[in-house]
Design a protein around this ligand. Structure first.
Ligand SMILES: Nc1ncnc2c1ncn2[C@@H]1O[C@H](COP(=O)(O)OP(=O)(O)O)[C@@H](O)[C@H]1O
Ligand SMILES: [Mg+2]
Length: 272
């Protein structure tokens, strides 16, 4: 069974339909990105997988649980299996790298020992393993507000891994980073995907990174999926449909990040 299954799914806010009647099936271990311009509904869809945005129609199953009939206790258990990473990192800035990563383990630690930040040898070992996976072990005791953006995002990835999740949802994880940090964050996510078999779905504004790192790309426009397939088959006309067709909330058309340019990223012609 797929990790994420949607049938004729409509998501939105109140009476506002943002994602409109989509079908989707994402298998365990996939590393995929949702692409599209600002305002097209990438976050709405991604947060739908975490049962944060409302289902206005159709069906969605996440890790075998039907979100349409889910109860509160099931929802808590489901969310524990889903790590979420945000553009703004959402770390506790005055806490150390180690304590931030450990907070990912909270749902499976007795409350008292987590409040006094007391970890067993086994827990220290586990946290150290996650620090090494994201390459932040040198900063274990540094306060998070002393770190660079790329380092912060790698701590956020380690915290998500510490949840032992089955799925990681990353909402624009590299949007606030320089190109070198962006690449290291995507490499770190890819490592986590390969090492632990975690399904990773990330929203990326930049098409070039999606092409470089992901095995599957979903292109959104007008609330619908206009492309679902491998990045190397994404043709010029489809890219232009995703990024240039007017959308009421469409803020910009720049889908390429520095130092890339459209010219440095030749796109195949569409089949006729
Ligand atoms: N909490 C909300 N309430 C109402 N409308 C929202 C809310 N969040 C987002 N929207 C609207 O939903 C649409 C899609 O937004 P979003 O999913 O954030 O797009 P993206 O992530 O692609 O930039 C936009 O029109 C946005 O204004
Ligand atoms: Mg968004």
């Amino acid at each position: 069974m797929g990790h994420i299954q949607a049938e004729n799914l409509t998501l939105g806010y109140g009476s506002k339909k943002v994602i409109q009647g989509i079908d989707l099936n994402i298998q365990k271990g996939e590393f995929l990105s949702i692409i599209g311009p600002s305002g097209v509904g990438k976050s709405t869809l991604l947060m739908g997988f975490n049962a944060t945005t409302s289902i206005l129609g159709g069906r969605m199953n996440i890790l075998g649980t039907n979100l349409g009939t889910i109860r509160y206790t099931e929802l808590k258990a489901l969310r524990a299996k889903i790590g979420v990473i945000f553009q703004g990192f959402n770390l506790v800035s005055r806490l150390s790298v180690l304590d931030n990563i450990a907070s990912g383990m909270l749902h499976r630690k007795p409350l008292f020992s987590s409040i006094i930040k007391k970890y067993s040898d086994q827990e220290y070992e586990e946290i150290y393993e996650y620090m090494k996976v994201v390459g932040i072990e040198q900063e274990a005791l540094s306060r998070c507000d002393r770190l660079s953006g790329g380092q912060k995002q790698r701590v956020a990835i380690a915290r998500a891994i510490a949840q032992r999740p089955e799925i990681i949802l990353a909402d624009e994880p590299i949007s606030s980073l320089d190109p070198v940090s962006a690449r290291s964050v995507l490499e770190t996510l890819k490592n986590a995907n390969g090492k632990y078999g975690i399904t990773v779905v990330s929203n990326l504004h930049q098409l070039d990174y999606a092409r470089e790192f992901c095995s599957r790309v979903i292109g959104l426009n007008g609330g619908r999926i206009v492309y679902d397939g491998p990045p190397d088959q994404l043709c010029a006309a489809t890219v232009s449909q995703i990024y240039h067709k007017d959308h009421p909330d469409h803020h910009d058309n720049n889908c390429f990040s520095n130092p890339f340019t459209p010219a440095s990223l030749p796109l195949p012609m569409c089949p006729v």
